[in-house]
Design a protein around this ligand. Structure first.
Ligand code: G3P
Ligand code: MG
Length: 239
């Protein structure tokens, strides 16, 4: 079973920062996951929440501030003073960091709360610019964004994020269409999803920080897990 570092190595470094991605880039794990939002001036930034309140010394929505305004805030100190000076990364900065590594990149489009008009096309453009089209999977809880990816760039791999126990998930996935399911951990092992495993469609599960859960998912046929502790889970699964 493969491992993706969730928001970078976010258990031991401040999530979605260059520090957490440098750590992930150093590890022998398969991939890394991170979240993308759009600023007021149309720049792509890597952060999980719609606001900067939880993970910086600032406040307010990402969508209401320009990149240069957002770059003024500290995104490391809330986690530990040791990481003071971390700033919000742009998507370009993160792609550049991973350009020279082997890691598979899961870019999560966070357009499920605010629609971020034009964000999907901008992400696709940047992936092409960095020549990373064969090393990415684009996922979202906003399945219309996934549909847009398939329309604009059918060769790019996509994953539909879901927490729900869907009825006939295979029909649902084909209808979007998407290439994989990225499922909440308990949902991923519900019998409703058996047909997805039987069809050979990749299932990746989030967020798995417990060894016993990782083992359970491995036995269920999950292709990969997203974890905040990639080094520890890698050591466990490869022992
Ligand atoms: O992409 C997997 C996982 O990151 C989805 O949930 O809220 O951590 O972005 P969240
Ligand atoms: Mg995410």
């Amino acid at each position: 079973m493969l491992i993706y570092a969730h928001r970078g190595a976010s258990g031991t470094y401040p999530e979605n920062t260059i520090a957490s991605f440098r750590e992930a880039a150093r590890l022998p794990v398969h991939g890394v996951e991170f979240d993308v939002h759009l600023t007021k001036d149309g720049e792509l930034v890597v952060i999980h929440d719609e606001t900067i309140d939880r993970t910086s010394d600032g406040t307010g929505y990402v969508k209401d501030q320009t990149l240069s305004q957002l770059k003024e805030y500290d995104f490391g100190n809330w986690f530990s003073p040791q990481f003071e000076g971390e700033t919000i990364p742009t998507l370009g900065e993160v792609l550049e960091l991973f350009q020279s590594t082997h890691h598979h990149l899961n870019i999560e489009l966070k357009s499920d709360i605010f629609p971020y008009e034009g964000m999907t096309a901008k992400v696709l453009e940047l992936i092409k610019e960095y020549d990373l089209e064969s090393r990415v999977v684009l996922s979202s809880f906003d399945h219309s964004a996934i549909q847009e990816v398939k329309r604009l760039a059918p060769h790019i791999e996509t994953g539909a994020l879901a927490m729900e126990v869907l009825v006939r998930p295979l029909d649902y996935l084909k209808n979007i269409p998407a290439d994989a399911f990225h499922l909440l951990f308990p949902t991923a092992i519900r019998p409703a999803y058996r047909e997805i495993y039987d069809a050979g469609i990749p299932v990746r599960a989030f967020t798995v920080n417990e060894e016993s859960y990782a083992r359970l998912l491995q036995q269920a046929g999950v292709q990969a897990i997203f974890t905040d502790y990639p080094e520890r889970l890698f050591a466990f699964l490869n022992a």
